[in-house]
Design a protein. Structure first.
Length: 175
């Protein structure tokens, strides 16, 4: 017959061994998680680079030829001079939402999926942001930029919809 202290010691040793096994397993999982995060980071950077290149190509195709002596007006859609990266290119026929930066693409997709007009405060939680005043105002600014570039419409102030595409109009955006 086994005494109670011996039984407790045996159970304690078994529990200690299980804890050590789980710690080793957790360390292995942490290492695998770190590798997966590195892979994800590389893929995100690659995708962002591809989106930037596509936006640059799209913007280059949309730029009119400049006659000698003409000085173009500064483009407010571009990043600082010399970078050549258009953050939100103007919409034109054949341009897809994939050329937009992530947050703008998310906004356009949320608006496109909505059954009717949306306000900034309705969009913010749908793109994964907290509904704080700052996030709502920042999103409202992005919405206005998308309206200016022809991706969205704002027929009623503060109510945003996907831009209607009128084949006869030079701009898809109605104001």
């Amino acid at each position: 017959m086994v005494s109670l202290p011996e039984e407790l010691e045996a159970r304690e040793a078994a529990a200690r061994q299980r804890v050590e096994e789980l710690q080793a397993e957790a360390a292995e999982l942490a290492l695998r998680l770190e590798r997966a995060r590195e892979d994800l980071s590389r893929l995100e950077i690659t995708r962002e680079t591809v989106v930037q290149v596509l936006a640059e190509l799209s913007a280059a195709e949309a730029e009119p030829e400049i006659v000698a002596g003409d000085v173009p007006e500064p483009d407010k859609t571009s990043a600082p001079h010399g970078s050549g990266v258009t953050m939100v290119p103007p919409w034109r026929e054949g341009l897809v939402v994939a050329v937009l930066p992530d947050v703008y693409r998310d906004i356009v997709e949320v608006v496109a999926d909505a059954p009717g007009p949306l306000q900034a405060k309705q969009i913010v939680p749908r793109i994964g942001l907290p509904t704080t005043t700052g996030k709502i105002e920042g999103t409202r600014g992005k919405l206005k930029r998308l309206v200016e570039r022809g991706w969205l419409d704002e027929d009623v102030p503060g109510q945003f919809t996907l831009a209607r595409r009128d084949p006869g109009a030079g701009r898809a955006n109605s104001r």
